[in-house]
Write a protein of this length. Structure first.
Length: 319
């Protein structure tokens, strides 16, 4: 998926504190029981219209025998009040600054990139609009679609089905909603070579070991994909979650380079990397101040162009 789409954000029940050691700059730590999250502030999304209906925005992918269709749906307010303070019909809203890509079946890089013209969502959750090629604005077409949900609850929908009509014919697609901007199973790089972000798969190993001098080590390994081979020399964001010392667990925000070893506060971080465009990332987090084994933890990786992955999270027994 595109490098900057996915953010590793805080979960419910979060509290924060500052940690540091010696003359080091104080670092904000996020403490979450059972789960944790690290905010990687690598960019700020454009402001969107207030109110309901924004859950329809996100990434959608339709996989076909000969071609894949990917949608990025972004919503904005359709009708503002006179003072532009609130959205008058937030349950409708409109598509705004949305995009569509075509790929060879199973391909990583797109064969076509189209801007979707702004269009209002209708009450039956349909829309109808036009598209124009980003590379050749003279190449246009039409797009009609409808959000669907197997549970009947469209916030958020399960996906979007639609028809894209271009000069070479019509394409019907059913695009499922992706869980995040970086999706390991359906890895895509919509902006082409040189603009790819990393994606992490589910951890293949996640164990906690007691340290000989006290405290605990959390060791995690997860597969990755990164089409530009820009992961080596990047960074890793890591953290413990769960039961900890009275002062709370130490959570490191970002550490680099990857691979490498270093310290943040009381924590020692070691990371390793195999492969170039695909392989495994392993991260070890050792903290001698932890008085009880953590119930979880995880990491995200950041490549050398500053693009962050999704999080690889572990929930251990008892978490």
């Amino acid at each position: 998926m595109h490098s900057n789409r996915s953010r590793w954000g805080p979960a419910r029940g979060v509290r924060t504190r500052h940690v540091g050691k010696g003359g080091d700059e104080m670092k904000t730590a996020t403490i979450v029981r059972f789960r944790f999250a690290i905010v990687l502030t690598l960019g700020i999304a454009a402001a969107l219209g207030a109110g309901c209906g924004t859950d329809r925005q996100g990434w959608y992918l339709g996989k076909g025998a000969t071609e894949d269709v990917e949608l990025y749906v972004q919503n904005a307010c359709l009708i503002w009040d006179a003072g532009h303070l609130y959205c008058v019909v937030p349950h409708l809203n409109k598509l705004a600054d949305s995009r569509l890509w075509l790929y060879p079946a199973g391909g990583t890089f797109p064969s076509g990139h189209f801007a979707i013209a702004d269009a209002a969502w209708q009450l039956d959750w349909t829309f109808s609009t036009t598209v124009a090629s980003v590379d050749d604005p003279g190449k246009t077409g039409t797009l009609v679609g409808q959000a669907y949900s197997s549970a009947g609850d469209l916030e958020p929908p399960d996906g979007i089905e639609g028809t894209l009509v271009l000069e070479d014919g019509a394409r019907y697609f059913v695009a499922r909603r992706l869980p995040g901007g970086s999706n390991y199973d359906d890895y895509k790089c919509p902006n082409g070579p040189g603009a790819c972000g990393p994606a992490l798969g589910a951890p293949t190993s996640c164990v906690v070991n007691p340290l000989s001098g006290g405290g605990y080590q959390l060791a995690i390994t997860a597969p990755y994909k990164e089409a530009d081979a820009n992961l080596a020399g990047g960074q890793v964001g890591v953290g413990f979650g769960g039961v900890a010392a009275a002062s709370g667990p130490t959570i490191a925000t970002v550490f680099g380079p990857l691979p490498g070893t270093g310290t943040v506060g009381d924590m020692t971080i070691t990371s390793s990397l195999t492969g170039t465009t695909a392989g495994e990332v392993s991260v070890s987090l050792a903290d001698p101040t932890l008085t009880a084994a953590p119930t979880g933890g995880g990491f995200a990786v950041i490549n050398t162009i500053g693009a962050s992955s999704n999080g690889a999270d572990c929930i251990l027994a008892g978490g």
